[in-house]
Structure formats: structure tokens, C-alpha cells
Design a protein around this ligand. Structure first.
Ligand code: XMP
Length: 328
């Protein structure tokens, strides 16, 4: 789908497997017509939108899609492995995996300002992706997971929709945007029909700078690991307790201060871990999901016993406003 395609006013909301299948057939034909035998590049994060775009393109052009997965070290536990498993092993995709963990974390070392952290993560991502793109021959197209709300919001001046605009000038690709006219819920229905796993399709929103904004202040590897491990425990417990897919967003934050504790009769001096679980429709106003006492107690026990460096667990009861969802 090219730049000027708009969602038809009369388009039926894609809510069923049949409607999803019809959309997939239509898009596969459209992709084939647009790119022919040429090659398409895609930055595959493993998020819902890029994953659905990848699955659609694999169906349409197979190995002529080149996926690049950049592991910047700020992904959640198991995410890079899942991208490799689903796309390379199961869908036989042409996938380039770039381990850029050291590169990102070295650049971020000592950087405390949240906006500077975001700039470094975003800028470095484009650089790594551009380097990979330059190594490849014969790429003429760039696929993107732009969705309809991105277009509406950028037209309304609410947010700039981050597209190819970020790439250096020598990489001028024609865009392929096969989910451009879809709302998020429709992307999920299409993803399910394409056979993507549920925990990919029904994934909660995850910010571009990833765990970097949940490790406030200067990111260190040990504190980042504490965020990643505690987040994995929280997600596992939410899934076990039927809260996955029901609560809008839930995660942990490990702030950069320590407090005194005691373990095995010895003094400890470790970080607290903050749990945040919220619900919203538009992310402008957010309410807190109240967990049961049993679940909170269980989470506290697991986190303090399984995550190195944590000796205290706190729960954030603050709505938005005044608190934003993320801590920085
Ligand atoms: P805030 O913290 O602004 O978050 O209340 C609202 C929603 O946006 C997500 N978020 C981001 N997403 N890049 C993103 O892609 C970012 O820099 C970013 N900051 C916040 C946040 O997770 C929440 O869903």
C-alpha cells in the first residue's frame, strides 16, 4: 500500500477470521503487484505491527523480504529469541539478527537525562539499521508497520509518525505499508489469522526505548537485568492469573536508589522494584488496576527471592494525571 492510500469510509471493521482472510488475500496480491521480484527491507522489532507486516510479506514474497532484528539490549526477556524462533525457524524468513547490545549500552553509559537517552536509543537504532541496509544489494523497498491511527495522529499534529523520514538520504526506499488502513484491533485479528502466536498478537504496548525508560537515570547492566527479570515475573504471574490481555499495561521499574534491608541475618543495601499496572482507553487518562492482596504478596515474594539486587517491592497507586505511565 503506498503513501496516499486512505481507509475507505465504508470499510467494515475486521473482527472475524473471514474478514481477516479476505484482507490478507487482498494485501498479498497488492504487495506482489507493488514489488514484483524486488527485495523489501523491514525492521522487525517483534512488536504487533512489524510482526504482522513481516508475516504478510513472507506470505507474499517469501525470501525477498529481508528482516533485520536489532537487539539493543532494552527488549524484554525472551523477545529476541522469540523473533528468531517464530520468523526464522517457523516461517523460514530471511532474518538478519544484529546483536547491538554492547553498542547501545556503551553509548548510554552515564547518561541520566531521559530525553537524551531517548535520542541516543532512536539515533543509534537508525544507524545500526542503516549499516545493515548498506551491506545489502538490490533493496528498493522499505516495509513499515504504519497503522491508521498513526496517520490520523500525524495529520492532526498530535505526533509525528516515525517513518522512513529517519533514514539517511542515500537510503531512499519506496514504502510498503500493508497495514496502513487498519486499526490496532484489526491488526491483531489479521495477525492471529496469519498464525502468529497469541503472546505476540495480544502483546501489551511497549515503548520504543524499551526497558531503557524503566531503568531511570543512568542505565547500568545490573539494574537493567533487575528490570528485565522482575518484568518477566510480573508478566508470568499476570498470565497465570488471567490478567494478560485484560490489563492495558503492566511493568516494573527499578529506580536508582538503594535502601537498607536484611537477608539471612545480614544487612543488605539494594534497590526497590516498583510495580505499575494501568488501564486506559486513550492513554491520556489512566487508572490503576488494583491487584488482589494474594497476588501482591506472591509477587513480592517472587521478586525479592528471585531477582538479584532487589530487597523491597512497591506498588504504584497513582493515576494519570498527575503521573505519566512511564517514569521518564
Ligand atoms: P506516558 O508515559 O506518556 O505513556 O503516559 C503513554 C504511553 O506511551 C508509551 N510511551 C512510549 N512509546 N516511545 C514509545 O514508543 C516512547 O518514548 C514512549 N514513552 C511512553 C507508554 O508505554 C504508554 O503506553
Amino acid at each position: 500500500m503506498s503513501d496516499n492510500v486512505r481507509r475507505p469510509e465504508t470499510m467494515e471493521r475486521i473482527t472475524t477470521p473471514e474478514l481477516a482472510k479476505a484482507f490478507i488475500d487482498e494485501q498479498v496480491a497488492a504487495i506482489k503487484a507493488q514489488v514484483g521480484e524486488k527485495k523489501v527491507l523491514l525492521a522487525l522489532s517483534g512488536g504487533v505491527d512489524s510482526s504482522v507486516v513481516a508475516a504478510l510479506l513472507i506470505k507474499a514474497i517469501g525470501q525477498n523480504l529481508v528482516c533485520v532484528h536489532v537487539n539493543h539490549g532494552l527488549l524484554r526477556k525472551g523477545e529476541p529469541e522469540q523473533v528468531i524462533q517464530v520468523f526464522r525457524n517457523e516461517m523460514n524468513a530471511n532474518l538478519i539478527y544484529v546483536d547491538a547490545v554492547d553498542r547501545f549500552l556503551d553509548k548510554l553509559a552515564g547518561v541520566t537525562d531521559p530525553e537524551q537517552k531517548r535520542m541516543i536509543i532512536g539515533g543509534e537504532f537508525i544507524e545500526v539499521f542503516a549499516e545493515e541496509a548498506r551491506k545489502l544489494d538490490g533493496i528498493e523497498f522499505l516495509a513499515q508497520g504504519t497503522i491508521w491511527p498513526d496517520i490520523l495522529e500525524s495529520e492532526a499534529g498530535i505526533k509525528a509518525h516515525h517513518n522512513a523520514g529517519g533514514l539517511p538520504e542515500d537510503l531512499a526506499f519506496e514504502l510498503v505499508e500493508p497495514v496502513r488502513i487498519l486499526f490496532k484491533d484489526e491488526v491483531r485479528v489479521v495477525g492471529k489469522e496469519l498464525g502468529l502466536p497469541d503472546n505476540m498478537v495480544y502483546r501489551q504496548p511497549f515503548p520504543g526505548p524499551g526497558l531503557g525508560v524503566r531503568c531511570p537515570g543512568a542505565i547500568t547492566r545490573d539494574r537493567l537485568e533487575a528490570v528485565r527479570e522482575s518484568d518477566a515475573i510480573l508478566r508470568e504471574e499476570f498470565a497465570k492469573n488471567g490478567l494478560e490481555g485484560k490489563v492495558w499495561q503492566y511493568f516494573t521499574v527499578v529506580p536508582d536508589f538503594k535502601s537498607t534491608g536484611v537477608k539471612d541475618g545480614k544487612r543488605t543495601f539494594d534497590w526497590p522494584c516498583i510495580i505499575r499496572a494501568i488501564n486506559t482507553t486513550d492513554v491520556m487518562e489512566v487508572s490503576v488496576e488494583h491487584l488482589s492482596d494474594e497476588l501482591i504478596d506472591h509477587l513480592v515474594q517472587r521478586i525479592i527471592s528471585e531477582v538479584p539486587g532487589i530487597n523491597r517491592v512497591l506498588f504504584d497507586y497513582t493515576p494519570k494525571p498527575p503521573a505519566t505511565v512511564e517514569y521518564e
